[in-house]
Design a protein around this ligand. Structure first.
Ligand SMILES: C[S@@+](CC[C@H](N)C(=O)[O-])C[C@H]1O[C@@H](n2cnc3c(N)ncnc32)[C@H](O)[C@@H]1O
Length: 195
């Protein structure tokens, strides 16, 4: 098996056992499912995305899926995490996968990263973080997503109620073409098809 595939399998086993053992959210990895990782990779390739932003790194499982796809396209991933312990775990995993060269890790609050990003900075944004902030982040997400860019939001089925206003607002925005993919915990996909 390819090295990164071995690492992904190890992280899946670790995430399951770790999250079963800890009730406290801060101690859980809360990784996406494998089929969600596959979906992200397919979407990055389909879009030809070379500038990818991930909000919510945890220990880097989802980042690895994004980074492997982006590496093949000659691009890079910026991934944001505010917890130092998760940041450190992810860093070790990126080195192990030999993907650190295509991943820029930011130990920061997504609020600040979004505020400081230039207009149209990203072709692809994966949002898997603090759901209560999504509605507040929406103007900035919209601003930093390039024309033709793709936004993917995790937990759109499992935690729809937490972000109904946010998802419904994007769905009602004529500049976006959206769908809910019944993959993993529900992946809301929005493509910025209009200006
Ligand atoms: C669901 S986990 C991410 C899982 C990861 N995407 C994966 O699938 O491997 C959410 C992460 O977002 C981080 N987070 C929460 N609020 C944040 C914020 N405002 N800025 C940056 N990171 C944040 C948490 O510390 C947590 O590690």
């Amino acid at each position: 098996m390819h090295g990164i595939d071995t690492l992904l399998s190890e992280l899946e086993a670790f995430g399951s056992s770790n999250d079963a053992a800890h009730a406290e959210r801060a101690r859980r990895m809360l990784n996406i499912t494998r089929d969600t990782g596959q979906l992200l990779a397919v979407l990055v390739h389909a879009r030809g995305a070379r500038r990818v932003l991930e909000i919510g790194t945890s220990n880097g499982y989802s980042t690895l899926w994004l980074a492997r796809a982006v590496q093949a396209l000659g691009g890079s991933v910026v991934t944001v995490e505010k917890a130092q312990d998760k940041f450190d775990m992810a860093q070790a995993n990126f080195v192990r996968a030999q993907l650190q060269g295509v991943i820029k890790q930011l130990l920061a609050d997504a609020d600040d990263v979004l505020r400081d990003a230039p207009d149209g900075a990203y072709d692809f944004i994966f949002l898997d973080s603090a759901r209560q902030h999504y509605a507040q982040w929406w103007p900035q997400l919209d601003r930093v997503l390039a024309a033709g860019g793709v936004l993917v939001v995790d937990n759109a089925s499992s935690h729809y109620a937490d972000m109904a206003g946010f998802l419904d607002a994007i769905g009602a925005d004529s500049r976006y073409t959206v769908c809910l993919a019944t993959v993993g915990k529900g992946e809301f996909i929005a493509v910025k098809t209009g200006n």
